[in-house]
Design a protein around this ligand. Structure first.
Ligand code: LLP
Length: 441
């Protein structure tokens, strides 16, 4: 058995798309955290999502920014075991619904380490947050200020932040760019909405303004937009100080740090983002004679994507229009990202070695749409056939969490691997689960 890692990961670019624990195994197999992917496909069926626990716990962000609060964005993927891992690694949790909050609460996650987001928080979201005592609620519109203040019990004060729009365009796709004007998130600095919100919050004794928040977007593969955001936010902190005489103690830069999906993708290591953000922040604060605010970042994808691998079994292979289509037993119901954002993935056959040459193929799902393509233009062995297992790396974030009930195929299970062992975290959704919700007869 060969034991060399698949790719060397350096600090500048975490260009390996496989977890650090991945090693080639005999017979064309791959093992992750000491567990064979072929055995996992056989034991848990397919499609299945595998999560390398050690990779999730790797603490790269905590090491890169020891002075900051690292808040994991639960929307990337959350289940009870992940709540425990995040808690044990000392991170906070970013949630955006009562559901995510309640799940965290089932494990006793410390509420003061939770940040609640949302451009349209429901009464249930706010009620749950106040009942559980979350640390921060991020105000995203003027109309939630009085509504929230009215719900905070007398003699109490809820810590809040204002989500500001710095007017910065960043992120891999228009649907996941949230830092510029003209989309639904945040309060504009440019048109005065952010300042107006600050004034109103400072006028509410039930609310305590802890600081500013921004989230530029997602899959941002350069530290440069964060430096600009730091400068914009620090000049807004100065404006708040000068107009209201208040020095806000916290700055939350959100998430959005890129993960590598294809070998060679630009995905700077946390240490690289951290260095540049720290330098921009200390520089801007020194220039403005402001004390350094406490920094928070909210990585989701960069923690979870590299830890996940999707396993599928090939159901059909066909040629059409000069292309080779390899159809698998999952698709857009467990991974809507290619259809939604044009996301690209790489695919590897595992568990069957052959001398067949590689050829270009299009891996498609089983759903009833021509757009149900998982990975286009990937290289697979020419002899790929029904029954083969395909592994898709960088699958830990926004796949299972966005999985749907389309075509009633059932959402896939999630299996953790660590120290040569596997355990089921989330079981497969069965037909029975689906039928039980159908209560209309
Ligand atoms: N903080 C806030 C306020 C957010 O809205 C998000 C993500 C994050 C942090 C974490 O961002 P990350 O580090 O994971 O990029 N479904 C899309 C991604 C949507 C991201 C939404 N907000 C995708 O599959 O690419």
């Amino acid at each position: 058995m060969t034991t060399e890692p698949l790719l060397v990961v350096n600090e500048l670019s975490t260009s390996s798309v496989w977890p650090a624990s991945a090693v080639s195994a005999p017979g064309g197999d791959l093992s992750v955290a000491g567990v064979s992917l072929l055995e996992l496909a056989e034991r848990y069926g397919t499609p299945t999502y595998v999560l390398d626990e050690g990779e999730v716990r790797s603490r790269a962000w905590a090491r890169a920014l020891p002075e900051a609060e690292i808040v994991y964005a639960a929307k990337a993927f959350l289940c009870r075991a992940v709540v425990d891992w995040i808690e044990e690694e000392g991170l906070g949790l970013d949630v955006c619904s009562a559901g995510e909050l309640e799940l965290a609460a089932t494990r006793g996650f410390p509420a003061e380490r939770i940040v609640l987001h949302g451009n349209a928080k429901s009464p249930q979201d706010l009620g749950t947050a106040l009942r559980l005592g979350v640390g921060r609620i991020v105000i995203d519109s003027g109309c939630e200020i009085a509504r929230l203040a009215a719900q905070v019990p007398a003699h109490d004060a809820q810590q809040v932040m204002v989500r500001v729009l710095p007017g910065i365009e960043a992120g891999a796709h228009p649907k996941i760019r949230t830092g510029a004007e003209g989309q639904k998130f945040g309060l504009s600095i440019a048109n005065g909405d952010a300042e107006e919100a600050v004034a109103r919050i400072l006028g509410q004794p039930q609310l305590e303004l802890a600081g500013l928040h921004c989230h530029l977007g997602s899959q941002i593969s350069s530290p440069e937009p964060y430096e600009r955001a730091v400068r914009e936010l620090v000049s807004f902190l100065v404006r708040v100080r000068d107009r209201f005489g208040v020095v806000l103690p916290e700055l939350d830069l959100g998430g959005g740090f890129a993960a590598a999906y294809l070998p060679g993708d630009a995905a700077p290591a946390p240490a690289v983002y951290a260095r540049r953000i720290r330098r921009a922040l200390t520089g801007a604060c020194a220039e403005a004679d402001l004390p350094l605010p406490r920094l928070t970042v909210e990585p989701g994808r960069s923690i979870m994507a590299p830890a996940g691998i999707a396993l599928y079994r090939v159901l059909a292979v066909k040629r059409s229009g000069g292309r080779v289509f390899v159809a698998v037993d999952g698709g857009m119901s467990d991974n809507p990202r290619p259809a939604l954002y044009g996301a690209r993935y790489t695919v590897r056959r595992v568990g069957r070695a052959s001398a067949a040459p590689m050829r270009a193929a299009t891996v498609v799902g089983r759903h009833c749409e021509a757009g149900d393509v998982l990975a286009d233009g990937v290289e697979l062995p020419e002899d790929v056939r029904p029954g083969d297992v395909l592994a898709v790396p960088a699958s830990g974030a926004y796949q299972v969490s966005m999985a749907s009930g389309y075509n009633m195929t059932g959402r896939p299970p999630v299996v953790a691997v660590a120290d040569g062992r596997s355990r089921l975290l989330v079981r497969r959704e069965t037909f029975d689960d689906q039928r039980r919700r159908d209560v209309g007869l």
